[in-house]
Ligand binder design. Structure first.
Ligand SMILES: [Zn+2]
Length: 580
C-alpha cells in the first residue's frame, strides 16, 4: 500500500519528531489538543505482579500525567508534550481545543464486541437489566401497540444466568401478546423465549428436531414451552424474518456511533457472517465508518471462511476495516450450564456442559483457516473447553509451525484449570477477557463451580503472572461496555454497587496501569497494531480518548469514583467523532 505523506515525513524525522522547532517548519497541525492531563503509556509496562516500572510517571506521591498537549496532522500524531510547544504547530486552518484539564489516554479498544447486536438492542425491545418475566412482558406489550398485528416483535437482553432458576415460558407472554410472533433473545444469546404465535409461525412442535448441544423445553402438556437453550435457540431464531439490509445498516451505524460516544476508537467484532461483512465493506468503501473495526469472521459461516481462505488475511493494517481473524465457538456459557467442565457442575451432578463437535465446532475448517494465516479467536469458557481449545491450537502448531506466531486468542478464557494456566503464556495465546463478566457472574459462578475451581475463574492476575498476554473487552451487548464500569471492575473486583467490600477474589485485581493498557496497548497487540496505536507518540495513529476523570489518580485515592466518569471526546484517525 502507498504510504500516506505524513508517514513518510515522520519516518524522515525519525526520532526528532518531539523537537517542535524542527517539525513546525514543514507541517501545520490539523488539530491541537491543549491543557490536558495526557497519559501516553509510553513507559515500560508493569511487572507481572503489577509493579510500576521506574520510568513511569509515578512516585511516592502517586501518578501524574506525562504530557499536556497533542498536535495532530490528519490521521497521525505529530507532537506530544507541553501546550506552548504544541501551539508552534498551529497553522491557518488548525483547530485548537482547550481540554480544560480533562484526561487523555490512547484510543480505547473494545476487543470483543457484537456491534450489530448492540445496534439491534438500541433499535429493538431492550430487556437488559430487566429483573422479572412480568416486567419484560410489560415492555413487549408496550412495543406491540406500535407494531401491526402479525408482524414479529424482536428483542433481547433477558439474563439467562440470573434467570436460570426461573426461566420464562410462553404462558404469560402468549396471553399478553397473542397477535404478534415474539422472539426474545437472551443477554448472551444462549437462551431464546417466544410466545405461541412465534412457535406456530416457526412450525415448531414437540417433534421438532433440536440441534446437537441444544435444548427445547416442553411444558406439562408435552408441547414446546416457549423456552429454548444453547443451540436450541436456533430453531426459533431462524424463524424470525431477516431484517432488510437497510435495517441492518442502520443498526450497525447506531452501534458504532454509540461506541464512539462511549469513547471507543476501535471495536473488534467477534463473529461476522456474510451479510454483516458486506455491509461493513460497503460502509468502509464509502468512508462512513465512524470508528475502526477489526473483523472476526464467523467459523459457522463456512462459505465466507472458504472465500477468505482463498483470498488470505488482510495485511493492510492502516485501514478502518481489517479482516485477519476467524472467530470459533468451542463451548457454551457458564450461566446456562453449557460451558464444558472437566468435572460435574457443582449445582448439577452428572452434567458437564457441551463442547467441540457436540457444539458444532468445525475442527478441520478451523485448522485450514489457521494454515491460511488467520488469527483464531476461539470462544472457550469451561476448564475443559479451555484445555481442549489449547490442545486443538497446539496440535495445529505441531502440524504447521508457521501457524504458531499468529497471536491466537481464547475469548473469555473464563475458567482454567491450575495446570493449564501456564500453557497460555507458553503457547503465545492471548487471554481475551471481560472484567464486567466477573462482576455480573459472581452471584452464581461459585454455585456452578464450587469453592476450588472458582480460583481458576476470571483469574486475570494468575494469567498475567503466568506470562499470558491479556486484552480486556465487554462482549457487548451481553455486558455493558461503559469503560468506567470496565476499569472499575478490573481495578476493584467490585460491582456497580461497590460490592463486595474489599473486592471479589481481590487477589486477581489489576492496577490502573494494567487495566488501562488492557483496553489500549494490549488490545493493539491482540490485533497486530502495537506499532500504530496503544501508546500516544508522534508517528502513531491519532486515535485518542478524552475523559473527565483521571483513572490513575482515582484508582489510588477513591476507586469508586471511577464509575462516575464520562467521555468528553473521541478522536479517530485525527477526526473528532464524538464531543460532549
Ligand atoms: Zn461474544
Amino acid at each position: 500500500m502507498k504510504l500516506p505523506k505524513t508517514l513518510v515525513f515522520l519516518a524522515l524525522l525519525a526520532g526528532c519528531a518531539e523537537d517542535p522547532g524542527e517539525a513546525a517548519k514543514t507541517e501545520d497541525a490539523s488539530l491541537i489538543l491543549t491543557n490536558a492531563r495526557v497519559y501516553t503509556l509510553n513507559w515500560d509496562e508493569p511487572g507481572l505482579d503489577g509493579t510500576v516500572m521506574p520510568n513511569a510517571p509515578h512516585d511516592e506521591s502517586g501518578w501524574r500525567p506525562d504530557a499536556e498537549a497533542i498536535a495532530i496532522h490528519v490521521g497521525e500524531i505529530l507532537f506530544v508534550g507541553g501546550s506552548d510547544d504544541a501551539m508552534r504547530f498551529r497553522g491557518g486552518s488548525t483547530d485548537v481545543i482547550d481540554l480544560a484539564g480533562a484526561t487523555v489516554i490512547p484510543g480505547l479498544v473494545d476487543s470483543h464486541t457484537h456491534v450489530f447486536g448492540l445496534g439491534a438492542l438500541l433499535d429493538q425491545v431492550n430487556l437488559v437489566g430487566v429483573a422479572t418475566e412480568e416486567e419484560a412482558v410489560a415492555l413487549i406489550v408496550e412495543r406491540a401497540k406500535s407494531v401491526p398485528k402479525g408482524e414479529w416483535i424482536v428483542g433481547r437482553g433477558w439474563d439467562e444466568g440470573a434467570w436460570a432458576n426461573r426461566y420464562p415460558d410462553k404462558a404469560l407472554l402468549t396471553e399478553a401478546v397473542p397477535d404478534h410472533p415474539v422472539f426474545m433473545d437472551s443477554l448472551h444469546s444462549f437462551g431464546g423465549w417466544g410466545n405461541q404465535a412465534a412457535i406456530d409461525a416457526a412450525g415448531i412442535t414437540a417433534e421438532t428436531k433440536v440441534p446437537v448441544g441444544g435444548e427445547m423445553r416442553l411444558g406439562s402438556d408435552g408441547r414446546p414451552s416457549g423456552l429454548f437453550l444453547n443451540q436450541g435457540v436456533e430453531i426459533l431464531r431462524h424463524a424470525v424474518p431477516e431484517p432488510p439490509r437497510e435495517t441492518l445498516t442502520k443498526q450497525l451505524l447506531l452501534g458504532l456511533n454509540q461506541m464512539a460516544a462511549d469513547g471507543y476508537t476501535t471495536v473488534h467484532d467477534a463473529g461476522l457472517e456474510t451479510r454483516a461483512m458486506s455491509i461493513l465493506e460497503e460502509l468502509k468503501a464509502a468512508d462512513e465508518l465512524p470508528i475502526r473495526v477489526y473483523a472476526m469472521l464467523s467459523l459457522r459461516d463456512e462459505d465466507l471462511i472458504r472465500k477468505w481462505i482463498e483470498k488470505g488475511p488482510d495485511s493492510d493494517s492502516d485501514s478502518m476495516l481489517v479482516t485477519r481473524t476467524v472467530k470459533a465457538y468451542y463451548d457454551g456459557a457458564l450461566g446456562s450450564r453449557g460451558a464444558r467442565l472437566l468435572y460435574d457442575y457443582a449445582d448439577q451432578p452428572g452434567h458437564r456442559g457441551i463442547s467441540g463437535d457436540g457444539y458444532g465446532f468445525n475442527r478441520a475448517l478451523n485448522a485450514e483457516a489457521m494454515k491460511a494465516g488467520f488469527q483464531i479467536a476461539i470462544h472457550a469458557i469451561g476448564d475443559a473447553g479451555n484445555r481442549e481449545a489449547m490442545d486443538i491450537l497446539e496440535s495445529v502448531f505441531q502440524e504447521d509451525p508457521s501457524t504458531a506466531t499468529n497471536r491466537h486468542r481464547i475469548e473469555h478464557a473464563q475458567v482454567i484449570s491450575p495446570q493449564d494456566i501456564p500453557r497460555l503464556g507458553q503457547l503465545g495465546i492471548i487471554a481475551s477477557m471481560e472484567p464486567p463478566h466477573a462482576m455480573e457472574d459472581k452471584t452464581w459462578a461459585e454455585q456452578r463451580l464450587g469453592s476450588e475451581r472458582i480460583h481458576g475463574a476470571y483469574a486475570w492476575r494468575s494469567l498475567r503472572e503466568a506470562a499470558a498476554s491479556l486484552t480486556f473487552n465487554s462482549d457487548n451487548p451481553g455486558s455493558d461496555h461503559n469503560i468506567f464500569y470496565g476499569l472499575h471492575s478490573a481495578i476493584t473486583r467490585q460491582d456497580k454497587n461497590q460490592q463486595p467490600e474489599g473486592g471479589w477474589y481481590a487477589d486477581q485485581r489489576m492496577t490502573a496501569d494494567e487495566a488501562v493498557r488492557a483496553y489500549t496497548t494490549w488490545s493493539a497487540y491482540a490485533s497486530f497494531r502495537e506499532d500504530k496505536t496503544g501508546v500516544i507518540e508522534a508517528g502513531r495513529w491519532a486515535d485518542l480518548t478524552v475523559m473527565d476523570i483521571d483513572p490513575f489518580l482515582l484508582a489510588d485515592e477513591s476507586p469508586g469514583d471511577i464509575l462516575g466518569g464520562r467521555i468528553v471526546m473521541t478522536v479517530v484517525n485525527g477526526r473528532v467523532v464524538y464531543k460532549q
